[in-house]
Design a protein around this ligand. Structure first.
Ligand SMILES: Cc1cc2nc3c(=O)[nH]c(=O)nc-3n(C[C@H](O)[C@H](O)[C@H](O)COP(=O)(O)OP(=O)(O)OC[C@H]3O[C@@H](n4cnc5c(N)ncnc54)[C@H](O)[C@@H]3O)c2cc1C
Length: 416
């Protein structure tokens, strides 16, 4: 079924009885050409591009829970291409361009809202860094505008500009950045992959990876053994555990990141705003809730909820930047498991085991990467060659020391 205004009208007039399921619910077959472990954003977009662009159909996505129940449905939905380092900047630029056509491509309302992302700066040094980043973004073909204090005040009048510790000097505006509806992205890719013949198998946990003579042969699952010529590990915060099934140790630590949402309010915050003197970012959802988050909890964990100390720090940062937020009541908070690499950049690569591939290490920024990552990973799986925009995301950088350290914080997660 194609979604359209006409379809909404028709279903509305006929009691909404004609909607069909968005994907099938197949039983696993005994063998596939490619098995993708993990039905999050990256696993589903990989399956979609494999089927659509490479004509491969005999593919299964194995998800231990339900589609979209992992980080793809738990994030603060920020989409942007404001990276600085070569390697990262072309990848996120490529991903943002895919976002811009995604609704038409998937025939699915992913609610992409290019409302602009503004990174606030609070010192001369930060202004220089913002100008340098803005120039790098423009060189990459993306958009950036440096706003001085008065220009920023015109569009964000409610910030505390004269805060004694962190006065606001201005901001770097990235107009094409914004937000999207997170689980709709997973569902849109799921529907598109299913329509092209991919089997999406929920409640199917992978418990082992079968390897013979250095070659992958398939996986063991809670629903039986499945043979496969190629296996792709796309399990985000669980990547360390999945790779361990193949006897591998990834350069990844799993940490909790929390997010928060308030009661619905009248429209107040038009952009995505990011505080420059503490890890705090905020936007307002279409339902009116203020959606915000901060730093990692800074201890390795597989829990999907976080500690009170981080809640306190996030609220403090919020009050420092925009004191008006103190009147809003927080409705919910939740956590997700972040796959943190030492340099904060991801991995899209083959492994030393023939036929076994890995897509991981998205840290706290993998939602915006979903289209680009799926496209690049599908290219690698189908052709065996690295896709140019993601060519720097290889595992051997951790051996050579030639890292992609965007934030310059090195291997310490407590400095991210
Ligand atoms: C609070 C929070 C805020 C964030 N904010 C942003 C943001 O604003 N912008 C941004 O770009 N990014 C953000 N992120 C990061 C982003 O959500 C993640 O980087 C991205 O979603 C990870 O990729 P994924 O969607 O494939 O992961 P997931 O959705 O977690 O998918 C992995 C899937 O693998 C499954 N799985 C694991 N082990 C197995 C197994 N053994 N067998 C079968 N299935 C298995 C899991 O159940 C899960 O569904 C945020 C994350 C969090 C938690």
């Amino acid at each position: 079924m194609r979604f359209s205004g006409w379809q909404v009208l028709r279903q509305g007039l006929t009691g909404n009885t004609g909607w069909t399921p968005q994907w099938r619910n197949p039983d696993p077959k005994t063998e596939y050409d490619i098995v993708i472990i993990g039905g999050g954003g990256h696993g589903l977009s990989t399956a979609y591009y494999l089927a659509k662009e490479h004509g491969l159909k005999n593919i299964a996505v194995l998800e231990k829970g339900y589609l979209g129940g992992g980080n793809v449905g738990r994030n603060t939905t920020i989409v942007r291409a404001n990276y600085y380092l070569p390697g990262n900047s072309e990848f996120y630029s490529h991903s943002l361009k895919l976002w811009e056509n995604l609704e038409a491509e998937l025939n699915y309302n992913v609610m992409l809202s290019q409302r602009g992302v503004i990174q606030i700066f609070h010192s001369d040094g930060q202004r220089d860094a913002a100008a340098r980043r803005g120039n790098a973004m423009i060189n990459q073909g993306d958009d950036a505008t440096l706003l001085d204090r008065e220009a920023l005040r015109n569009i964000l009048p409610y910030l505390d500009y004269d805060n004694a510790r962190f006065p606001v000097y201005g901001g770097l505006l990235h107009p094409r950045g914004g937000t999207a509806r997170h689980d709709a992205v997973a569902w849109g890719y799921a529907r598109g992959a299913d329509q092209r013949g991919v089997d999406l198998i929920q409640n199917c946990e992978v418990t082992g990876i079968d390897i013979e003579n250095g070659k992958v042969r398939g996986v063991q699952t809670s629903r039986g053994a499945i043979r496969a010529k190629k296996v792709a590990m796309v399990t985000a915060g669980r990547s360390g555990q999945t790779a361990a099934m193949a006897g591998m140790r990834l350069p990844i630590e799993s940490h909790v990141l929390q997010a928060f949402v308030t009661e619905g309010l009248k429209p107040a915050i038009d952009h995505v705003i990011s505080f420059g003197m503490g890890h705090f970012y905020i936007s307002q959802s279409d339902k009116g809730g203020l959606v915000f988050g901060g730093d990692l909890d800074f201890y390795a964990s597989y829990a999907q909820r976080g500690g009170l100390h981080r809640k306190e720090q996030v609220m403090q940062a919020a009050m420092t930047l925009m004191p008006m937020i103190g009147k809003a009541r927080v409705l919910r908070s939740w956590g997700g498991i972040m796959d943190m690499t030492p340099d904060g950049s991801p991995i899209i690569d083959k492994t030393h085991i023939e036929g076994l591939f890995v897509n991981a290490g998205w840290c706290y920024g993998g939602f915006k990467a979903v289209p680009g990552s799926g496209k690049s990973f599908a290219h690698l799986l189908a052709t065996g060659n690295h896709h140019q925009p993601a060519a720097r995301f290889q595992l051997d950088r951790f051996k050579s020391g030639y890292l992609l350290d965007e934030e310059g914080t090195g291997a310490q997660h407590n400095l991210h």
